[in-house]
Design a protein around this ligand. Structure first.
Ligand code: G6P
Length: 609
């Protein structure tokens, strides 16, 4: 949550910082600001989206080759300009941008106020600028002042600090909130997410918790809160630059929906061995022996990743014969989960930074479980915290509502299920071959769903005035119903509920009348007839029905509107049925004049608990 960019080098900093902020806007868009060092610290901030800051900057002509910038998702303090970052100290000699939460900020603020500091915002972050100023007034040099300040705070931070009197130098520190340093030629970049800087450099170094870096145009000096001389770990990211831009599409959400055939291709590349009939997952090979011994898997995730985990539960139980539970990461550590050395805890996360999911992994490690990650963002905190794992290779996902990452998560979970089933001698070869062949043809089938976008547009147009919608599905389709409802509500603000069809008669049916449509997932799978009975029950209450099915002959007696997707094996069918739901949500948002990439109050990466 919130996006950070820093630059030091030989270019004008302001355009570089603004370019980076635009890439990070999906992380929060309540306010934004920049601070440039040019003998003094000049700060320009604005409430609202980055476009508002752009307008303001046009009047300022900020000159200077080092600076910091931030786009905010409000936690402490309303989204107004005075609460926008960068925040400064009293004398204007220090400015900071901060992600995370300083939990003891109230007591620190009180203490500092008592010592004469005057605060200008309601944020927790501002205390960092004053703390650093205070330590410098006590005679400490910049790095030591930052260290001493961080020793006083409780909570999480991804922090970048700039000083009036230290030209061409930035300091950055991390505790629980990601930061990456990009290495250029005579220049360096800092960002909370590599997508802000990959157009400039792919050589990066991710900071670890407790580390502090002094970054100048000449080089990087790395140390930790409690020690000097931390070794550099430079890695090369192989993301394509264009994957983080919208291309010809009106929104990232649409672009990300439309590129799903390619995303699946990338997620299965080199992993589907059709000749040998095997799933190849090198990232799990190191823990093969432990995977043979486990007796239970707990999948943890939040939002769409949690729903992908629910599909994973069906997949792994069916194909690998291992008992699976799926837990909301935000609840996992507040229970007393029964975790042993024979439990594998699998974190599913697009960003690899979701605070609750990361904390669940920390808890699992504490209990000596085998920890695994299914993560999209290379080098992210969860990817690095887990014992082993598999990357999605879905490319950066920018739309706040997860689409391509969700589809990729289900794709890779089916590979993990095959891998585990084979490793443990559970999965018959013929079944393994069937799943692998199904995955191999999946990009083509997804292409077909997308080519039929017109049928979804017509439905979206017809129901554009709806105020409520019920999503129903059973077995493999139940999590897709939950995901469909989440997509619709988050981007279009239409009230939507996702239910397992079997539960419909235990409450939701009371809502149904002629103004309350239901979107029912009813591919011809092992529960098709039961789902059709549920449709009849809804129709008997005059509820309009939109059926998402594989059955070309589904009569309009059963459903008012039918969206047809190609048929595949039951375990892989969710990959196809979710796509019309993504499109319905997208179309509904656009029809209501909303920006589906930046739904109100949401942020892509939820790095606070
Ligand atoms: C936020 C995003 C969702 C995402 C969820 C989990 O709520 O808006 O799209 O599913 O976080 O994020 P993760 O990065 O852990 O998959």
């Amino acid at each position: 949550m919130c996006g950070i960019v820093g630059y030091v080098g030989n270019k004008q900093a302001a355009p570089v910082l603004m370019g980076g902020l635009r890439k990070l806007e999906y992380r929060g868009y309540d306010s934004a600001g920049v601070c440039i060092q040019n003998g003094r610290l000049t700060t320009v901030r604005s409430e609202g989206k980055i476009a508002a800051l752009d307008l303001k900057l046009a009047k300022h002509h900020l000159q200077g080759t080092s600076g910091i910038a931030h786009t905010r998702w409000a936690t402490h303090g309303v989204p107004e300009e005075r609460n926008a970052h960068p925040h400064r100290d009293c004398s204007g000699s220090v400015a900071v941008v901060h992600n995370g939460i300083i939990e003891n900020f109230l007591e620190l603020r009180e203490e500092l106020t008592g010592k004469g500091h005057i605060f200008h915002s309601d944020t927790d972050s501002e205390v960092l600028a004053h703390l650093i100023e205070h330590e410098m007034e006590a005679g400490l040099p910049a790095l030591q002042a930052i260290r001493a300040s961080l020793a006083c705070v409780r909570g999480t931070y991804g922090l970048v600090v700039i000083f009036k009197d230290l030209p061409q130098t930035l300091f950055t520190a991390r505790m629980g909130s990601p930061l990456v340093i990009g290495i250029g030629d005579g220049e360096h970049y800092i960002a909370s997410d590599p997508s802000a800087i990959i157009e400039h450099t792919r050589d990066v170094m991710f900071l670890d918790d407790g580390e502090i870096a002094c970054v100048s145009s000449e080089g990087i000096t790395l140390c930790a809160l409690d020690r000097e001389d931390v070794p550099h770990r430079i890695q090369h990211l192989d993301w394509e630059v264009e994957t983080a831009s919208r291309g010809e599409h009106a929104h990232f959400m649409l672009k990300e929906i439309m590129e799903q055939p390619q995303v699946i291709e990338n997620s299965i590349r080199g992993r589907v061995d059709l000749i040998g009939g095997r799933a190849v997952l090198g990232g799990l090979d190191d823990v093969r022996d432990r995977l043979k011994e486990i007796d239970r898997i707990v999948i943890v995730g939040c939002g769409s990743a949690y729903y992908a985990g629910l599909v994973g539960e069906y997949l792994i139980e069916e194909l690998a014969g291992i008992s699976v539970e799926v837990e909301l990461a935000s609840e996992f550590r507040y229970r007393k989960p029964i975790i042993t050395e024979r439990t594998a805890v699998l974190a599913v996360s697009q960003s690899g930074e979701t605070a609750d999911t990361l904390e669940a992994i920390v808890e699992a490690k504490r209990k000596r479980a085998l920890t695994l990650g299914l993560v999209n963002t290379v080098g992210s905190s969860i990817a690095r915290a887990t014992d082993a794992g598999v990357y999605n290779h879905a490319g950066p996902e920018i739309g706040v509502a997860s689409t391509k990452a969700f589809v990729s998560q289900m794709t890779v979970l089916s590979l993990i299920a095959v891998y585990l089933g084979q490793l443990r001698g559970f999965l018959p070869e013929s079944k393994a071959r069937e799943v692998l062949a199904g995955l191999h043809e999946m990009p083509e089938l997804v292409e077909k769903v997308l080519a039929n976008r017109g049928q979804v547009t017509r439905v979206a147009e017809k129901y554009r005035g709806m105020e409520n919608c019920l999503f129903l599905g059973r077995k493999y389709q139940a999590p897709i119903a939950y995901e469909g409802a989440l997509k619709l509500k988050e981007v279009s603000y239409i009230h939507a509920e996702g239910y397992s069809s079997g539960e419909m008669k235990h409450g939701p049916i009371a809502l149904i009348d002629k103004s309350f449509p239901s979107i029912v997932l009813c591919p011809q799978d092992s529960v098709y007839e039961k789902t059709c009975s549920n449709i009849s029950e809804l129709r008997a209450r005059k509820g309009p029905i939109i059926a998402v099915t594989t059955c070309g002959s589904m009569s309009h007696v059963q459903a008012d509107d039918v969206i047809i997707v190609p048929h595949t094996m039951e375990a892989l069918q969710p990959i196809l049925t979710v796509i019309p739901l993504q499109l319905i949500a997208y179309e509904a948002a656009v029809a209501r004049g909303l920006d589906p990439d930046k739904p109100r109050n949401l942020a892509k990466s939820v790095t606070v608990e």
